[in-house]
Design a protein around this ligand. Sequence first.
Ligand SMILES: [Zn+2]
Length: 77
Amino acid sequence: MSCLICAGHAEAIDCPAGWEGRRCLKCGCYHMSQKLILTMMDEGQIFDACKMRQWLDMRRGVMPIPTIDVHEAILVV
Ligand SMILES: [Zn+2]
């Protein structure tokens, strides 16, 4: 299983239907919407892993496992 943000080694974690959950050594735990994953693949986009990790760290103050949907994705431009 690979991380959806940095493509490093990650474990799948439980998540609601329509979401993918990962625990990555570098990015930590997160849930990502399948819609976002499909959009990323369709458009050939990749995440800015560094900025996504900063965002995830910030979100963990509010929720233990942050959810990443289309509006939260920080992409390499
Ligand atoms: Zn990662």
